[in-house]
Design a binder for this molecule. Structure first.
Ligand code: UD1
Length: 368
């Protein structure tokens, strides 16, 4: 029996590990799959609700590291994760995405001689001011098995000198979750609770430090909401970082005074999926939501200068707007006036990516 230990830490990790965990159940005779939650995200709304919604088993280990500076958070994860590896001695560690937990656990494992698999490898924004870009580069440099969501990821990894034999273009596990739970999400009552109807609102999420950690940028975002408020309801589930910054810059009152803006706490997986599926337009700076809207065919404006997920722009419904107020407002009006960007679904985003990943790992750990 071999042991594979998967790491989750922050909100965008949960929907990536859930389908992998389900796929491992088919190998229960030969693979023991354990889950470690670092506790990078710890609030009920940022963590627990996702375990419930995604039917993820209770984590086998909870490290409880919580928030802190990048150095403090990364270091705490490393110290605690090393103890788990010493005790469990897994045959492989699986990390997903690009958060601090991803790089911290990859580093510890590799130094202990335990191979790492990275799900969602190869994505590059080429913007090293993003903490996630550093996490992605370092994780991919030391991982043994690199599962890639889109062709650009393969090109990036080859350019960085990664051996071709380590790279597996398998598709997008987050889309596995979306496909699996889309039907169930139809039963969500979130639309009636927020007094919304199909396609009568814009859904917003913003939490990147580059957008919310400065008052000028947050003010630009509020200006966008004010300019759009006569055309659309705006539903904005507010990330803890963003809420804190609205308070610090004394912008909470201005936000509350925008009539058609509905501010909510962070929203669980099924409710959020339902909100995306029925939105007229999505405005975001999230990585995953660019991909989910492309799959769903919902127009998406990304308030960033770049994206590590270029396929969502090339063939999907995504458009990059930076924080250019005129551009965001103009492109939003295009959607409301019946001129949305249409798109198609990337290859291999078919709901079977986790199966492919688990099949590869099974072959690799038992020897070809
Ligand atoms: C992290 C990830 C980011 C991901 C995002 C999704 C890194 C470097 N960043 O950013 O890639 O897109 O998660 O949410 O790993 N907080 C709470 N409760 C929580 C978690 C956080 O209140 O459960 C607050 C804390 O005040 C904390 C702040 O949010 O200081 C930021 O949390 P942190 O984990 O440092 O980064 P995120 O901005 O969430």
């Amino acid at each position: 029996m071999k042991t594979i230990l998967s790491v989750v830490g922050a909100r965008p990790n949960f929907m990536k590990v859930a389908p992998v965990d389900k796929a491992f159940r088919r190998y229960a005779d030969s693979i023991r799959h354990l889950i470690v939650h670092t506790g990078q995200h710890y609030d009920e709304a940022m963590s627990k609700v996702f375990f419930d919604d995604l039917e993820l088993p209770h984590p086998d280990f909870y490290l409880g590291v919580g928030s802190g500076s990048h150095a403090v958070q990364t270091a705490k994860i490393m110290i605690e994760f090393e103890k788990v590896l010493e005790q469990q001695k897994p045959d492989l560690v699986l990390v997903v995405g690009d958060v601090n937990s991803t790089v911290a656990c990859s580093l510890v494992s590799t130094k202990m001689g335990i191979p790492v698999g990275h799900v969602e490898a190869g994505l590059r924004s080429f913007d090293r001011t993003m903490p996630e870009e550093i996490n992605r580069l370092l994780t991919d440099a030391i991982a043994e098995y690199l599962s890639v969501t889109e062709p650009s990821g393969v090109v990036n990894l080859l350019r960085e000198g990664i051996d071709e034999g380590k790279i597996f273009l398998v598709g997008n596990v987050m889309i596995d979750s979306l496909i699996h739970y889309r039907e169930k999400a139809k039963g969500s009552r979130v639309l009636s609770e927020l007094n919304l109807t199909d396609r009568d609102y814009t859904l917003v999420t913003l939490h990147r430090p580059s957008n919310v950690d400065g008052s000028q940028n947050l003010e630009k975002i509020l200006t966008v909401f004010e300019r759009l408020s006569h055309r659309t309801k705006i539903v904005f589930p507010v990330h803890p970082r963003t809420r804190k910054m609205l308070g610090e810059f004394e912008l909470s009152k201005r936000a509350a005074s925008i009539g058609s803006l509905v501010l909510t706490d962070p929203i669980g997986y099924l409710d959020f999926l339902c909100l995306m599926d029925h939105a007229k337009l999505v405005i975001t700076d999230s990585g995953g939501i660019q991909e989910e809207t492309t799959y769903l065919g919902i127009p998406c404006l990304t308030l960033r200068e770049n994206t590590e997920r270029p396929i969502t722009v090339e063939i999907g419904t995504n458009q990059l707007c930076g924080l250019d107020v005129e551009k965001v407002v103009g492109k939003s009006l295009d959607v409301f006036d019946g001129r949305p960007k249409s798109g198609s679904v990337p290859e291999l985003w078919d709901g079977r990516t986790a199966e492919r990943i688990v099949a590869v790992l099974n072959t690799e750990i038992y020897g070809r």
